[in-house]
Design a binder for this molecule. Structure first.
Ligand code: GRF
Length: 197
C-alpha cells in the first residue's frame, strides 16, 4: 500500500461517515488510507461499505464472558495489528475504556452530532430537535474531538460546526442536514490533522 497515513475506522451501524472517508480517500482529497474497518455488530452496514471499497473488515462482538475492559483489550490488539496512525470512531456505539484508549494516546477521534458539552450519549439529534421544539435552543451542531479518557462525547475539540433549526422542518430532514454536516466536518478535520502532522 502507498505510504500514506493509515486509518482504522470503528463502526456500529450504517457507516455513512465511513463512506464519506472512503470516498475522500478514493478521490485523493484526503491523503490517507482506510486500512481496516472493525465493528462490534455483525449486521452493521458499514461493513458492506468497507468490503465494497476492498477494505478488510472484522467483527469483534462483545460476549457475556468478557467484561468491558477485557473486550477493549482484545479490540485494541486487533486495531493495533493494523498499525493505525489514527483510529476514527464513526458511529461506534460503545464507550471505550482506558484499556483501549491508552494504547492509542492522542490517536482516537470521535464524531458527535451535537456541540461540545451538549447532548452526550445516544439520540443526540432527536434530543436536540425536541429541545428546539420546546424553545430551549435555537441551534445545535456537530463536533469532532479527541478521546483521551472514558468521558462520553467529551475531549479536546478539533472542530465544530453550528447548525440552525429551520421553521417547520421535520426531524427526518433535520437529521439529514446534521449527517451531511458531519460528513463534511469529519473529512475536513481528518484532512487538516493529516496535513499538519
Ligand atoms: C452519527 O450521527 C455519529 O455522530 C453518531 O452516530 C451516527 C453514525 O452515523 N455517533 P453513520 O453510521 O456514520 O451513518
Amino acid at each position: 500500500m502507498e505510504n500514506v497515513p493509515r486509518l482504522v475506522v470503528l463502526v456500529s451501524g450504517s457507516g455513512s461517515n465511513l463512506q464519506a472517508i472512503l470516498d475522500a480517500c478514493a478521490e485523493k482529497t484526503l491523503p490517507a488510507a482506510v486500512v481496516a474497518v472493525l465493528s462490534n455488530k455483525s449486521d452493521a452496514y458499514g461493513l458492506v461499505r468497507a468490503s465494497r471499497a476492498n477494505v478488510p473488515t472484522m467483527v469483534i462482538a462483545k460476549t457475556p464472558d468478557l467484561d468491558r475492559r477485557a473486550y477493549d483489550a482484545i479490540l485494541a490488539g486487533y486495531v493495533a495489528s493494523f498499525r493505525p496512525d489514527y483510529v476514527v470512531l464513526a458511529g461506534w456505539m460503545r464507550i471505550l475504556t482506558s484499556d483501549f484508549l491508552n494504547r492509542f494516546p492522542n490517536r482516537v477521534i470521535n464524531l458527535h452530532p451535537a456541540l461540545p458539552g451538549a447532548f452526550p450519549g445516544t439520540h443526540a439529534i432527536e434530543r436536540a430537535y425536541e429541545a428546539w421544539q420546546k424553545g430551549e435552543i435555537n441551534h445545535t451542531g456537530v463536533m469532532v474531538h479527541l478521546v483521551p479518557d472514558e468521558g462520553v462525547d467529551d475531549g479536546p475539540v478539533l472542530a465544530t460546526q453550528e447548525i440552525s433549526f429551520e421553521a417547520g422542518e421535520s426531524l427526518e430532514a433535520f437529521e439529514q442536514r446534521v449527517h451531511d454536516a458531519e460528513h463534511v466536518v469529519l473529512v475536513g478535520t481528518l484532512k487538516k490533522i493529516l496535513e499538519t502532522k
